[in-house]
Design a protein around this ligand. Structure first.
Ligand code: ACM
Length: 486
């Protein structure tokens, strides 16, 4: 197991160790006392695209030049950076532009936390996992691009780098497929409970991709097959073996719909959908594969196989939920969600070179209620407080899986009970910060005492933007915001 050079000693400063940093950096070494922030207190004054204030930017060619000989994997170098802060100035070193982006965010966090001063310190930082995501269901309830940009703002602030959009399910079809216009014509208008729907056009996806990239985030689109397809079956009669489309569905059951190899339109549908998403899937195209409770046994492998083949024909990486682990090829990615199930096929996939993405429902399914009194959310995996989302190790979830096979961590938010942005941030925050800490630093085990003070500057920033969050116990939220939560 990797030893992390993280400074977790209690400090005398107000915000404890790490100077209000979430995620905590790989190494944080004090080199002197504090120094005034050269430009005052505005965290947004930190820019790394030519308008820099009082920060010396230094592009280097090798990770050793960042200030440490510590071994760095080639994929880590892209986001690695070094920060040196002294009373003579601030220097941000990086190999790749992404590293400068992450380093600037660390500096912004420190300005926000420090009350006008910065610690004289040397920071060397790089992520423990390359995929640090949020999976967002915009099928059960739809969220338009403007809302998705606000979600990405929250992600960027904690250095998450993948937004996985769940674009189809039983209740709605949320993405334009030019070769199958009926999908959005017939199945995008509604949502759970009869709420209004919506969909992303191809132009919306292009715009979102630009907005994501500006924030150091990759988009990963998902169409879920062969289950979770009632909205498609409703829209396209020829996906149904007898040609009769079922009525629209607005409930919250799962596992009752399926594509069929016996229906005449199945192959053309899969091709059209994957072709429509391929231009927006440079980082992976997710084909779902979860909960195929009513898919005929022989059909599952054939249908998922057809989808995977089309993704691979585009020279893209396929992503799928754990049920499809045995069907994935080396270089693909399997996403673990239900850790109660037998995960031996996931471990086997990891051994043959499939990446493993951890979304254990008991930890980072952020649709779980915090406690029984949470006004929205679900409880099928129990309740999940902030501390539960923090104190776990992604390398300990899948028995028999080598730590190197763990490629990332992704929090998921399913939106059966989430109707607007206020609902959405209530469930995301503060737990998304815990997921981000685990994803960047590698594990959250033993970090609670440090984390619960480091989160205060972040809460101040959420407060300043009017975002709603859940006041999890154990954190002095009033200290951050001056607001008493009840
Ligand atoms: C899932 O929660 N069915 C992936």
């Amino acid at each position: 197991m990797e030893t992390r050079g993280v400074d977790t000693q209690p400090r005398t400063q107000r915000h404890g160790s790490g100077w209000g940093l979430i995620p905590r950096p790989f190494s944080f070494e004090w080199t002197g006392p504090t120094t005034p922030v050269p430009w005052g207190r505005d965290p947004d004054a930190v820019e790394v695209d030519g308008r820099g204030v009082a920060v010396e930017l230094r592009q280097v060619t090798s990770p050793e030049d960042l200030g440490s000989a510590a071994e760095t994997h080639p994929w880590q170098v892209r986001e690695a950076y070094g920060l040196e802060i002294s009373d003579r100035g601030i220097r941000l070193s990086y190999v790749d532009r992404e590293g400068a982006h992450r380093g600037a965010w660390t500096l912004r966090r420190m300005v926000r936390a420090g009350g006008g001063v910065l610690p004289c310190a040397r920071i060397l930082d790089r992520p423990a996992y390359r995929w640090r995501g949020l999976g967002l269901d915009i099928a059960r309830h739809f969220f338009p691009p403007a809302d998705l940009c606000r979600v990405m703002d929250v992600m960027e602030e904690v250095s998450l780098n993948v937004l996985h959009l769940h674009l189809s399910d039983d209740q709605g079809w949320r993405v334009e497929v030019p070769a199958q216009p009926r999908l959005v014509e017939e199945s995008s208008g509604g949502a759970v409970g009869g709420d209004p729907g919506g969909f992303l056009s191809q132009a919306d996806l292009a715009l979102l991709e630009v907005e994501a990239s500006r924030r150091g985030i990759a988009l990963v689109p998902e169409v879920d097959v062969p289950g979770h397809t009632h909205a498609a079956l409703h829209a396209l009669p020829d996906l149904n073996p007898r040609g009769c489309p079922p009525p629209a569905y607005t409930g919250t059951e799962v596992g009752f719909s399926t594509l069929s190899t016996q229906a005449p339109g199945t192959a053309a549908f899969l091709d059209a959908v994957i072709d429509a998403l391929a231009p927006f899937a440079a980082h992976g195209l997710h084909v779902g594969g979860d909960e195929p409770h009513v898919t005929a046994p022989g059909d599952y492998a054939r249908l998922v196989g057809m989808a995977l083949e089309r993704v691979h024909d585009h020279n893209l990486r396929a992503v799928a939920w754990q049920e499809a682990a045995h069907l994935l090829a080396p270089g693909d990615l399997v996403q673990v969600w239900d850790e109660r199930e037998d995960l031996s096929e996931v471990a086997a996939a990891g051994r043959r070179g499939v990446g493993v993405l951890l979304s254990p429902a008991s930890r980072i399914y952020l649709d779980m209620k915090y406690d029984p009194a949470t006004r929205i959310g679900t409880t099928w995996m129990g309740t999940t407080e902030l501390r539960d989302s923090l104190e776990w190790d992604p390398r300990q979830i899948v028995p028999g899986l080598a730590g190197e096979a763990v490629e990332g961590v992704e929090a998921c938010l399913w939106t059966e009970t989430v109707r607007d942005m206020e609902d959405l941030t209530l469930l995301l925050l503060p737990r998304l910060a815990a997921a981000a800490e685990v994803a960047w630093a590698g594990s959250g085990v033993g970090e609670w005492d440090s984390f619960r003070s480091r989160i205060l500057p972040l809460a101040r920033s959420w407060h300043a933007r009017g975002l709603v969050w859940h006041p999890s116990p154990g954190v002095d939220w009033q200290e951050a915001t001056g607001v008493t939560h009840h």
